[in-house]
Each structure stands twice: as structure tokens, then as C-alpha cells.
Ligand binder design. Structure first.
Ligand SMILES: Cc1ncc(COP(=O)(O)O)c(C=O)c1O
Length: 339
């Protein structure tokens, strides 16, 4: 039998996009309403570059990988209001790489605020090359054709998968897990639960892989899905978690039962506002001065609040919510917040 090879985490190249560890803060005002459960937030929404967000962590590893492979143009896709697309544009520009964004009508919303404001406005300012696909176009086929065209013209394209959630991209959240443990060891605040939104699954997958590598058994990682129903979300996240773990230690495996996902706060569909999301966004803004986003962190935080009020979290437990960014999305959902 071949001896498995182990890669140390630091052997993967990283292109620096963050300013350093993101802050962890206690929600001291809101916590007074939470029956003794203590919620903290990790501010992955506060980063110096491009208005920040979880995708920058993945892009640190994706851009380094693209550069190592000699690529000169990045291509990625997402919905019209994709935070990942905006941050790919920001990071590629900073890294001196060309890039193309393939945007789809992933959300059944239309009108000026959704189609022209928020991330789209920022991409306009960035001068991004955007392919706005008409409804019904197969993005996969379009991207394949585009990659072939770029190659034929002598370019070296690098495809970044949906949400940046390839095994390489997920390294960003293995890194985040290690960062959290380092911060906990320094502050003495140890978390029983880490909570994230789940879209393409890469954020949770990286954290779960980080947890497995750490050997710690007293932390649960739970996500609230904002896109897929339980079976699909769990299968996708499980596959990605093992793919990233395999890069680091192929002897370890993550079981499907280690992927904890709550699908009950998606609402009607991905990107469609829910009453609970609107309530959670307003509550956190009004108590703590912190803005959640309407598509990801807003729905996940609504789930966390509901589950705390339903008694699903134990009194005295310290819970860390990773605030994954996406604030520009608020400007694309103006009418949802009208009172
Ligand atoms: C702001 C924000 N939060 C959370 C997520 C979900 O992360 P993941 O796709 O890794 O599950 C995304 C992904 O698009 C996002 O833009």
C-alpha cells in the first residue's frame, strides 16, 4: 500500500488579501434577550479590501493557485447579486490578473434595485467584464465555450467554481478555523458552537475539515442552508469537506453525520426575503449597530435566534456566528425593508 503523503497547511501558497485575523466580539446588548445563551460574532464582514466577506478567504488560496499555474485570466460565475463575483473582481484586479464574471438570473427578482444596485454597482465601478446571461442559458456550457475561446486566443484561463468552493478555496476556512482556535486560546473564550450560512457549502466544509484536523471534540459546526434542501446541501458539503481534508491528511475522513445543516430558514427560495430574515437584520442593526446581509447571514442569524428561543442552545453555551459579509446585497433589497 502506498504511504499517504501529508501536506502541512502552510505548504499551500496564499496570496495575501486580508489585513490579519478578523475580530471576534460579544453581542453584549443582544445577549440580554437570549435566555443566557452567549452569542459572539466573528467579523468576516470587516476586511479592508472590497467591502470584505467570506469569499476573500477562499480567494487568497485560489489566486495563489492560479498564479502558480501561470494563469492570466480568472473566470467565475454566480447570481446577479453574487458577492463572490464582486470579490473575485476586486482580488483579481489587485493581483494584476484579468477576469470575467458570468452572471445568471439565480433569483426570481427583477427591477432596478436588484439588477443595477448592490454588487452590480460595485462591479460597474470596478470596470468588470460581465457576461449577463439571458434567462434559460446554461452557464456551464457558456463557461466551457468561453474557456475554449480564451485558450484559442493564447490566454491561460483559471476556472473558479461556484462560490469559490473548490478544495483549494475551502482552505480559506480551514485557515479561519485555526484562527478562531488561536483567538480562543488567547482570550480564554472557548466556543461550543460555530454557526455559518451555507450556500455552496465551502465555508462549512473548510471549518469542518479544520475541526477534524485539530482533533478537538468539544465544538459543533452548524450551518443554516440558504440555498439547497437538506439532502443536497449535506451531500455537497460532505464531499467538499473530504476533498479539502484529503489535501492535508488523506488518512482522515469526515462522516456524513458530521455535517450539521438546518434547512428550515431558506423560506420560499434562495434570495427571496423572509419575514424572519428582515426581523433579524433590523434587530442586530438596532441593538449592536451591525448589518447582516439579506441572502446569507440574515437568514442564518434568523435561524439561530429562532433556535435559541426554542431552547435548542444550552444556557451558558458560547456560540460563535461567523458574519460572512454580503452587505452590498442590502442595497439590492431596498423595498424588502420598507416599513
Ligand atoms: C455573504 C455570504 N455569506 C455566506 C455565503 C455562503 O458561503 P458558501 O458558499 O461557502 O456556503 C456566501 C456565498 O455566496 C456569501 O456571499
Amino acid at each position: 500500500m502506498d504511504t499517504p503523503t501529508f501536506n502541512t497547511f502552510n505548504s499551500f501558497p496564499r496570496f495575501n488579501l486580508l489585513d490579519g485575523p478578523t475580530n471576534i466580539q460579544s453581542l453584549t446588548r443582544l445577549n440580554k434577550q437570549l435566555n443566557g445563551v452567549e452569542v459572539y460574532v466573528k467579523r468576516d464582514d470587516v476586511m479592508g479590501m472590497g467591502l470584505g466577506g467570506n469569499k476573500l478567504r477562499k480567494l487568497e488560496y485560489l489566486i495563489a493557485d492560479a498564479k502558480q499555474q501561470g494563469a492570466d485570466v480568472l473566470i467565475t460565475s454566480g447570481g446577479i447579486q453574487s458577492n463572490h463575483a464582486r470579490l473575485t473582481a476586486v482580488a483579481a484586479g489587485y493581483a494584476g490578473l484579468d477576469y470575467e464574471l458570468v452572471l445568471t438570473h439565480a433569483v426570481p427578482l427583477e427591477g432596478l434595485e436588484h439588477d443595477k444596485n448592490g454588487n452590480i454597482l460595485l462591479e460597474q465601478i470596478l470596470g468588470a467584464k460581465v457576461h449577463n446571461l439571458p434567462k434559460g442559458t446554461d452557464a456551464k456550457i457558456f463557461i466551457e465555450d468561453r474557456i475554449n475561446t480564451l485558450k484559442a486566443s493564447g490566454k491561460k484561463p483559471y476556472l473558479i467554481s461556484l462560490g469559490g468552493s473548490s478544495a483549494i478555496g475551502c482552505l480559506g476556512y480551514v485557515n479561519c478555523f485555526n484562527e478562531i482556535i488561536g483567538q480562543s486560546n488567547q482570550s480564554g473564550v472557548h466556543f461550543s458552537n460555530i454557526i455559518v450560512p451555507n450556500g455552496s457549502g465551502g465555508t462549512q466544509a473548510g471549518l469542518v475539515a479544520g475541526l477534524k484536523l485539530s482533533g478537538l471534540s468539544n465544538i459543533s459546526i452548524l450551518s443554516y442552508s440558504v440555498l439547497s434542501q437538506l439532502t443536497t446541501a449535506q451531500a455537497i458539503t460532505h464531499k467538499k469537506a473530504n476533498a479539502v481534508l484529503n489535501l492535508l491528511n488523506p488518512e482522515l475522513k469526515i462522516g456524513q453525520d458530521e455535517i450539521l445543516i438546518d434547512p428550515h430558514f431558506i423560506g420560499e427560495a434562495y434570495g427571496i426575503p423572509t419575514t424572519a430574515m428582515i426581523g433579524a437584520v433590523k434587530l442586530l442593526a438596532r441593538t449592536e449597530g451591525i448589518f447582516l446581509d439579506p441572502v446569507y447571514s440574515g437568514k442564518a442569524f434568523a435561524g439561530l435566534l429562532a433556535d435559541i428561543h426554542a431552547g435548542k442552545f444550552t444556557k451558558g453555551d458560547k456560540t460563535l456566528f461567523i458574519l460572512t459579509g454580503g452587505i452590498p446585497g442590502l442595497f439590492a433589497y431596498r423595498s424588502a425593508f420598507e416599513e
